[in-house]
Design a protein around this ligand. Sequence first.
Ligand code: EPZ
Length: 443
Amino acid sequence: MSNEYIIVEQSFGLSGEVQLTGAKNAVLVIMASLILTSGKSKLKNVPASRDVLHMITLLKDLGAQVFFDQEKNELDVDTSTIVHYNVAPEIMKQMRASVLVMGPLLARFGCVDLALPGGCVIGTRPINYHISNFEKMGAHVQITGESISARASKLEAKKLILEYPSVGATENLMMAAVLTPGTTKIINAAVEPEVLDLVKVLQKMGADIEVVPPATIQIKGVATLQPIKHEVIFDRLEAGSLLLAAAMTGGEIHLPQAPAYALDLFLFKLQEMGHKIEVGNDDIGVRLKATKSPRAVSFKTGPYPGFPTDLQAPMMAAQCLASGTSVVQETVFENRLLHVRELQKMGAQISVQHNTATVTGVEELYGVPVIATDIRASCALVLAGFVAKGTTVMSGIHHWRRGYEALEKKLAMLGGTIAFQQHASSHIKGCDSVEGIKKRVQL
Ligand code: EPZ
């Protein structure tokens, strides 16, 4: 566990206009899809988050040449030099999304060797839908201990049925199918905005791929695919987090780039709480003016266009001080309520039954030492810290760094008191002054 912390002080009225970064859950799979081409591609709006750096390491390990201009958020990738198809175990372990190179490597080389991506705190994260459908396409997959080897002399176009609209399985199978002669259909596919951004990238490469409503993705294999230039969609999860920061602290915020079209149910729930929401033309851009007396709302996570599981924890934090009772049901991951324990430490009144948390609004939360258990839990705890009396000291901030590019800077710009801190032992014991934080730590 690193000895670095995020310190958050009670903050009021976070307000202003903020620019968004590109979506982590789009850019990672788009970077993997470049393996399908042999040449130089350019991606814009690439967030400088730890997971992106991990995916760069993986592509370089395969032989690609990668240059990342973190200032301009532009990534140049030359995949003509990719020479092999095995991913080092230590790279696989760093990031589950590494499994998304399986489809492209199978399509390009007919071979792939990698380690099982492993589970994480929010669930065992199996990849059985990926593997069973690769096998249906003619791949021979062998799992020995922690490693997976897949061989396919020729992938075959098939009708692939997903019993659950898995985002990763949909993406992996699409990428395996785009160079496979014939028509592949993915039934009950995931249609998250990040999946559709990948569809757009594959179409730019020259793939013959379309989404047939309600949720079938049809792919007609082509012979080759070309390198592309693409601007990654803005991150709806970062947008949701920033909107909640203003909503919870009584502020007013404008996100001119926010993909409101990808946040309908989330925005609907914020309005149900009493917050004033305005959406820009063509469903791009969101303005929020917080209500002074938020009402608790209930919600259930689900596949898109349902309530996003990645906004469940931050939205739960917003229920802790709302008036009334909120019932939060997590249906996507089997263990994604670990942030409840941490919110309880701050004084939140929450009870849990199986995959359902019941939150009863309280008058006050208190800043205490808390532990982030996953990317989105880290966001929930920072937001709770802004509305808690005193100082919240959050450890486990590698999760924060994995998922966001400097979100703490944006929150500080809005008026939030938030800072990184080495050795926050002084905080662990008691509260610290705002001045003390600002003096000691420059964001
Ligand atoms: C993607 O994960 C996202 N990650 C997740 O974001 C997101 O929460 C999730 O989709 C759901 O929207 C990336 O895009 C990198 P799934 P993924 O396959 O693809 C089960 C974040 O915080 N399942 O749709 O792994 C699985 O266990 C992360 O940014 C199987 O059982 O999600 C889970 O319960 C967290 N077998 C459910 O399906 C399989 O073969 C949804 O998983 C595959 C999945």
